[in-house]
Design a binder for this molecule. Structure first.
Ligand SMILES: Cc1cc2nc3c(=O)[nH]c(=O)nc-3n(C[C@H](O)[C@H](O)[C@H](O)COP(=O)(O)OP(=O)(O)OC[C@H]3O[C@@H](n4cnc5c(N)ncnc54)[C@H](O)[C@@H]3O)c2cc1C
Length: 305
């Protein structure tokens, strides 16, 4: 016998700060609410050891902040299903297919966030967690007194590079241009840090090693010359990409794939909203994600747009 599709008033895809806030507002409004996440609830902030810019909380960890949000959402009746990935969405019909089931709802809030861009070079995938990392906060302490590289030239790359100097002996910052995009304040801090050495006009062509990262191969963009640099960690910060591929062709996005919304977080499909980092917006923080989550849930529960 085929199981009937579970039905909800609101289905929220993604349990980061945006999705959790939407869940709190939605279930508190009396909406039958399902919150789906392909991992555990938390999103990007979950692994951050210190959060100091969430108003009302002087200093906390991402995990502690998220745990409170999860408690709030479930206390108002949100059903959370973790380790359940949305694979397909028919947004017009409001039907969601996951790796475990199929659901129908009156409205959908997309809060799938974004992720670090990959270099797509040999060794990156194979050595992930064995020296290749996208999170200095998470993995920096593993590289005490070692040599590491940061790849990128924006704020995140420089911030993470500075953070790594607390552990590593030496931090190479590898950038494909001859100047940084990072803010002046961060540049000043990096240029005056004796542990940081810049390698300009260079791109990584492979990350090498057997059990762990042992070296990277660099190509100089001016001379095309290839060189090898011995090190044990490669931290990649070359920008972010939105997790919006599963909705491709159904919604309006900017050229990078960030979903376009109106000020009520509405998309061009009635009853479908987007909130947080997956949305085209000027700033991506926990506070902006929770704000979007609030607006999207109120829009959905009022049935406007
Ligand atoms: C290392 C780091 C440190 C940061 N520090 C700070 C800070 O100190 N202060 C601050 O304000 N901001 C900080 N940020 C930014 C902040 O974490 C993000 O802006 C915020 O998490 C965005 O929330 P979100 O809910 O929109 O998306 P995310 O946090 O990205 O959450 C999206 C969720 O959707 C889930 N998901 C994605 N696709 C699917 C799918 N197909 N099916 C089911 N689930 C799916 C993911 O598993 C994830 O849990 C930091 C970010 C990073 C990476």
């Amino acid at each position: 016998m085929v199981n009937p599709m579970e039905e909800y008033d609101t289905i929220i895809i993604g349990a980061g700060p945006a999705g959790l806030t939407a869940a709190i507002y939605s279930s508190r409004e009396g909406q039958k609410t399902l919150l789906l996440d392909k991992a555990v609830p938390g999103g990007q902030i979950y692994l951050s050891s210190i959060v100091e810019n969430y108003p009302g909380v002087k200093s906390t960890s991402g995990a502690a902040l998220i745990s409170t949000m999860v408690g709030q959402a479930t206390s108002f009746g949100t059903k959370i299903k973790q380790f359940e990935e949305v694979k397909e969405a028919n947004l017009k019909e409001k039907i969601i297919k996951t790796d475990r089931g199929e659901y129908k709802s009156k409205s959908i809030i997309i809060a799938t966030g974004n992720r670090w861009r990959k270099l797509n070079v040999p060794g990156e995938e194979e050595l992930l967690g064995k020296g290749v990392s996208y999170c200095a906060t998470c993995d920096g302490p593993f590289f005490k007194n070692q040599e590491v590289a940061v790849i990128g030239g924006g704020d995140s790359a420089i911030e993470e590079g500075l953070h790594l100097t607390k552990f590593a002996n030496k931090v190479y910052i590898i950038h494909r241009r001859n100047e940084l995009r990072a803010s002046k304040r961060l540049q000043d801090l990096a240029f005056s840090n004796p542990k940081i050495e810049f390698i300009w006009n260079s791109e990584v062509s492979s990350i090498n090693g057997n059990a762990n990262v042992e070296s990277i191969t660099l190509k100089n963009n001016n001379s095309n010359e290839e060189t090898s640099l011995a090190l044990s960690g490669a931290f990649i910060f070359i920008g972010m990409l939105p997790n919006s591929e599963i909705f491709k062709g159904q919604l309006e996005t900017d050229p990078r794939g960030y979903i376009l919304t109106g000020e009520w977080m509405q998309t061009k499909i009635p009853g479908v909203y987007a909130a947080g980092d997956v949305r085209h917006s000027p700033l991506k923080q926990v506070t902006t994600a929770t704000s979007d989550g609030t607006v999207s849930a109120v829009s959905a529960s009022r049935g406007q747009f």
